[in-house]
Design a protein around this ligand. Structure first.
Ligand code: G3H
Ligand code: 13P
Ligand code: NA
Ligand code: ZN
Length: 328
């Protein structure tokens, strides 16, 4: 059954678990998530970026979500817009059956340029008014996440939260978070706490304290009714890097967010954990392996089936590691 982000994360908070939010772009990814949820009896957050919506087509995505809900009527499914860039993106997502939207007003509508606080409040407040009228949930974002482009999110020793711009500009300010939630009434808040998007988060193996746990703890203490969201939460597993490189890939050595750090976050109010890169890597490793080992194959099912299976395994792991398993 369809469920909103607010309903799901309220339940998660009550029972102390986190929910992975996996990105989808196609049928194989949606099926991998649902098969993993079925195997572990987990509630689901599937999310589509703007790029996913234009890749798959809104109508295809709408019917894909409908199909998943029909196939797995006993599994709660939240369909979420990832990184909505303006009011229109969020409104049309809801029209296509999404039960939750992220209005990422930390960036301007181009999705790249950092926006100022007043813009963020205004655009997020607009989306909350619209979404709550029709029973959808809203995730906002405060603070600028590290990214490959800006080189934020890491320092020399592989720690996460003191990047090149320094603490203050990287981490969400708790006072401002309180003010932002009061002004916008978002259901969930993505905060900057030391992670960044993509595969290249840290150039050295992080040795604990990847996340700014003190910031998470303080924001959670002051906003106990606002569910915290961690973007950039892929762990970038070594075995997947090795597989990709074994079968002809060229990924430089890199480190992601250790699962134990995410588990610490979950103890302090992190409820939604965004994961895309790990699944991309699992899919790519599996496809590369088939291409190398069976160069005569040309039926897409011969590599898409193992790709789906590889993503399913990652999803099962995360459902178990985050404590989601058993709560469907
Ligand atoms: O935050 C970004 C997600 O990994 C989705 O990426 O915009 O390339 O679809 P995308
Ligand atoms: P990763 O790149 O770490 O998987 O993060 C995905 C994400 O935050 C999507 O919004
Ligand atoms: Na999101
Ligand atoms: Zn993100």
């Amino acid at each position: 059954a369809r469920i909103t982000l607010r309903q799901l994360l309220d339940h998660a908070a009550e029972h102390g678990y986190g929910v992975p939010a996996f990105n989808i772009n196609n049928m194989e990814q949606a099926l991998a998530i649902m098969e993993a949820a079925e195997a572990t009896n987990s509630p689901v957050i599937m999310q589509a970026s703007r790029g996913a919506r234009s890749y798959a087509n809104d109508i295809v995505l709408k019917h894909l979500i409908d199909a998943m809900a029909e196939m797995y009527p006993h599994i709660p499914i939240c369909m979420h817009q990832d990184h909505g860039n303006n009011e229109a993106t969020c409104a049309t997502a809801i029209q296509y059956g999404f039960t939750s939207v992220m209005m990422d007003g930390s960036l301007k509508a181009d999705g790249k340029t950092p926006a100022d606080y007043d813009y963020n409040v205004k655009v997020t407040r607009n989306v909350v008014d619209m979404a709550h009228w029709v029973g959808a949930s809203v995730e906002g974002e405060l603070g600028v996440l590290g990214s490959l482009e800006t080189g934020m999110g890491e320092k020399e020793d592989g720690h996460g939260f003191e990047g090149k711009l320094g603490h203050d500009q990287l981490l969400t300010d708790p006072d401002q978070a309180v003010e932002f939630v009061k002004a916008t009434e978002v259901d969930a808040l993505a905060i900057a706490m030391g992670t960044s998007h993509g595969a290249y988060k840290f150039t050295r193996k992080p040795d604990g304290d990847v996340l700014a746990m003190h910031v998470i703890e303080e924001i959670h203490r002051r906003l106990p009714n606002t569910h915290l969201v961690m973007h950039g939460s892929s762990s970038v597993p070594q075995d997947l890097q090795d597989l990709i490189n074994k079968y002809g890939g060229e990924m430089p050595q890199t480190w992601g967010v250790p699962v134990e750090e995410i588990q610490r976050g979950i103890k302090h109010g992190v409820r939604k954990i965004n994961i895309d890169t790990d699944n991309r890597m699992a899919i790519t490793a599996a496809i590369r392996q088939v291409f190398v080992e069976k160069p005569g194959e040309f039926d897409p099912r011969s590599y898409l089936k193992p790709a789906k299976e590889a993503m399913r395994k990652v999803c099962v792991q995360r459902f178990e590691e985050f404590g989601t398993a058993g709560y469907a």
